[in-house]
Write a protein that binds this ligand. Structure first.
Ligand code: ADP
Length: 296
């Protein structure tokens, strides 16, 4: 009986041993697989690290190139502006201060030289402004600004320089508004751009209205024209860089601009904690540009 029990126990031990070894083998195999997977993982990780450092390097190179581009635009614009200003002055003197009377043809040529030089100077100034804005070098010095008197100056300036030839009527709707917090020179630059655009896109004899709305914390200035208007689809890309709407009906009014003015205006107004937007009821119904600025 004892022998029988011992045999039985031995068989049980052998069976347990068999299963134990089988399980141990399985675990060992699994371990090996895990090790292989870990090795593979480490390899993939290493590859990812390499790709990451390549991307970081490429990103740095792109940033360096971008900085070089900004520097180039800035230096080239400065260098171009000096001779162009000289050409403009001499063309102006040849037209207005010449000792010898000019023939009609010569006068026509000189007027064209003057106009083209002015356009080039404006473009160069726009490029300089953009490079300053994008590199964060633009300085905004806010102070309380009387919008009504600033707009009076701008109406005079733009009216006498641009709108008389097209016989455009400019109406300034003065109302009691508080002073706003803004950089007067930069705001002047923005308003000249917007009012200048209104004149540029107005039909001969058209009316431009400048008015104000006081909503308590903000004052809105709106500039409304009777020009070709802006299609709803174009409203969103109006303030983008080089946002000339060449495919829209505004292209009909050969604008001859760079498409940078509104991008610069938006950047400057946002730096002054304000907002700028455009609205239009559609083709032929004119456009309204509104600038909203914080009250002092
Ligand atoms: P540009 O120097 O070409 O005028 P802007 O950035 O000032 O550059 O204007 C971008 C574009 O927005 C213009 O080319 C024109 O298509 C459109 N635009 C601007 N103002 C008006 C307006 N008052 N009426 C219709 N379209 C306008």
């Amino acid at each position: 009986m004892t022998i029988f029990i011992s045999l039985f126990m031995l068989i049980i031990v052998l069976i347990i041993n068999f299963f134990y070894r089988k399980r141990a083998r399985e675990l060992e195999e699994r371990n090996k697989k895990l090790e292989a997977l870990t090795a593979e993982n480490t390899k993939v990780n290493q590859q990812l690290q390499n790709t990451l450092s390549l991307l970081t390097e490429a990103n740095q190179k792109l940033k360096d190139l971008d900085r070089l581009k900004d520097e180039f635009v800035s230096v080239a614009s400065h260098e171009l502006r000096t001779p162009m200003t000289a050409i403009r002055s001499y063309a102006w003197m040849a037209l207005h201060r010449s000792d010898t009377p000019l023939s009609k043809t010569m006068e026509k040529y000189l007027v064209r030289v003057l106009m083209s030089t002015e356009r080039m100077i404006n473009l160069v100034n726009d490029l300089l402004n953009i490079s300053r804005i994008e590199s964060g070098r633009i300085e905004i010095i806010p102070e309380p600004v009387d919008l009504i008197s600033l707009c009076r100056d701008i109406v005079d300036e733009v009216y006498y320089s641009k709108s008389t030839a097209k016989d455009i009527q400019m109406v300034l709707l003065e109302s009691a508004i508080p002073k706003v917090m803004a950089d007067p020179e930069k705001l002047r630059q923005v308003l000249i751009n917007i009012v200048g655009n209104a004149v540029k896109f107005s039909p001969p004899g058209g009316k431009i209205t400048i008015g104000f709305l006081n909503s308590g914390k903000m004052v809105d200035i709106y500039i409304k024209d009777e020009g070709p208007g802006i299609a709803p689809a174009d409203l969103s890309r109006l303030f983008q860089k080089f946002g000339r709407l060449d495919n829209s009906f505004t292209a009909a009014a050969s604008s001859g601009g760079s498409g940078l003015g509104l991008f610069i205006s938006k950047s400057l107004i946002e730096l002054m904690h304000g907002r700028i937007w455009a609205s239009s009821e559609g083709a032929g119904k004119g456009a309204t540009f509104t600038i909203s600025l914080p009250v002092v």
